[in-house]
Design a binder for this molecule. Structure first.
Ligand code: GDP
Ligand code: IMO
Ligand code: MG
Length: 429
């Protein structure tokens, strides 16, 4: 039985949590494969809004088991806060409902202090990270000095390892970055306490998934971030430090390519980006405010993790074609189409102009991307409020035309059109 993958097609915040929640109805297991609590995934069920950072978005389905895969970096303090927050809202995240792969890596306060220190040192060149310690934790993993989640099963071993880790990072913090040192003993003690609560959640993620596949179960792999934030394929260096593309699901969960069936690229009907870096179809002023919203609605474009206003722009099909290529997308889920209602014409970026040359390929070179000018095609808009649409025929003609145009230009069918944040606000195409 298959592994289906949900992956972000743009710069994150496409609505992966919302689409994962929808598809989780057909899944037995929902597994996060990359990133950490830099992610903020929103699931809306009626009046209830869940903002999830580490717990997979399948958690609100009682009969779904969630897995935090080996590719994830876990801040245990954040995870425990999330587990407690969910319990307070009646979602009991027991070790039967949530599993953490022993090979996932732990984030510590030292990683967070380093993330902040490096960002400050970058000055004007700052990446605009979420300051959750993500980059330094993955650096330690690649450096082969990381702390794996499996250590949570060995309280004393973990406390010793955390103490040595903080001592070593303190040298960088004080001598290189001019920051105050972190308390060694208190940090080690805190991790020993986290261990006593989190040890029962540990598992061998790959083994768990392979046994589930053999038993005919359906697995949904939930991506974090998006294609353009991927360490290899994103707009480097303005990226995150993990593999957020569909291929990352294989490494980040310990399953092979032959298990994969559908690869659903989630794409917002326009584009947003948090943090620095080039963004060809970015807009500003009144038009931007129109897409971003003022913050009055829960779905307005303000970071789920950091609260930062997101940069916004028109839909960029060069990016979506690139995402289709990098991820082998089999389907697109188009979200926030409702936000475009009321525009008389909608610009869609179909190509870039680079020094007088038209290109439809996303450049590999950041300096080139920075010089790309969007080439727009104007599509006719619609006035109707579409948030109540539930079947294809409910959508106004021009909204259907917009969706068809995207599918044709990208070469991937649009299987879901989301017209609001809530579970039922969707048109299955
Ligand atoms: P993720 O990181 O990809 O899971 O996306 P986020 O949750 O960070 O951001 C997406 C935001 O858009 C959230 O507030 C969602 O509730 C909201 N959202 C998702 N789909 C739709 C939609 O079709 N219409 C509207 N209005 N909001 C949506
Ligand atoms: P979800 O899963 C949007 C961005 C940060 C920054 C860059 C590096 O909710 O889509 P990091 O803290 O990872 O080192 O920051 O990546 N970023 C995201 N932007 N959505 C996310 O996650 C993001 N996770 C990281 O803003 O530009
Ligand atoms: Mg998000």
């Amino acid at each position: 039985m298959p592994v289906n993958i949900v992956v972000g097609s743009q710069w994150g915040d496409e609505g992966k949590g919302r689409i994962t929640d929808l598809l989780a109805a057909q899944a037995d297991i929902v597994a996060r494969y990359s990133g950490g609590d830099n992610a903020g995934h929103t699931v809306t069920i009626g009046a209830e809004v869940f903002k999830l950072h580490l717990t997979p978005s399948g958690i609100v389905h009682e009969d779904v088991v969630c897995l935090i895969g080996n590719g994830v970096v876990v801040n245990p303090a954040v995870l425990l806060r999330e587990i407690d927050g969910l319990a307070a809202r009646g979602v009991n995240v027991t070790p039967q409902r949530l599993k953490i792969c022993r090979k996932a890596h732990l984030i510590t306060p030292a990683h967070i202090a380093l993330d902040k220190g490096y960002e400050a040192a970058r000055g004007q060149e700052a990446i605009g990270t979420t300051q959750r310690g993500i980059g330094p934790a993955y650096t330690d993993k690649a450096q082969r000095s990381g702390l794996r989640a499996g250590l949570l099963a060995d309280v004393e071993g973990l406390a010793d390892a955390v103490a040595a880790h903080v001592e070593s990072k303190n040298r960088i913090l004080t001598d290189v970055l001019g920051q105050p040192p972190l308390p060694v003993k208190e940090t080690a003690l805190a991790y020993a306490q986290y261990a006593s609560r989190l040890a029962p959640y540990l598992t061998d993620g790959s083994l768990y998934l392979s046994e589930a596949l053999a038993a005919g179960k359906n697995i949904l792999a939930e991506g974090a971030q998006g294609t353009l934030l991927d360490l290899d394929h994103g707009t480097y260096p303005f990226v995150t430090s993990s593999s957020s593309t569909a291929s990352g699901a294989l490494i980040g969960l310990g399953v092979g390519p032959r298990c994969v069936s559908e690869i659903v690229g989630v794409a917002k009907a326009f584009t947003s980006r948090v943090g620095s870096g080039p963004f060809p179809a970015e807009i500003s002023g009144e038009a931007a405010l129109r897409l971003r919203g003022t913050g009055a609605n829960p779905w307005d474009e303000y970071g789920t993790t950091t609260g930062r206003p997101r940069r916004v722009g028109w839909l960029d099909l060069v990016i979506l074609r690139y995402a289709a290529r990098i991820n082998s997308l089999t389907q697109l889920a188009l979200t926030k189409l409702d936000i475009l209602s009321g525009l008389s014409q909608i610009p869609v970026c179909v190509a870039y102009d680079l020094a007088g040359q038209r290109t439809t390929h996303f450049p590999t070179d950041l300096a080139e991307l920075a010089h790309c000018q969007p080439v727009y095609e104007m599509l006719p808009g619609w006035d109707e409020d579409i948030s109540g649409a539930r079947v294809w025929a409910d959508l106004p003609r021009n909204a259907r035309q917009y969706v068809k145009f995207v599918a044709e230009q990208v070469g991937v069918p649009v299987s879901l059109v989301s017209v609001g944040p809530a579970r039922e606000q969707v048109v299955v195409c």
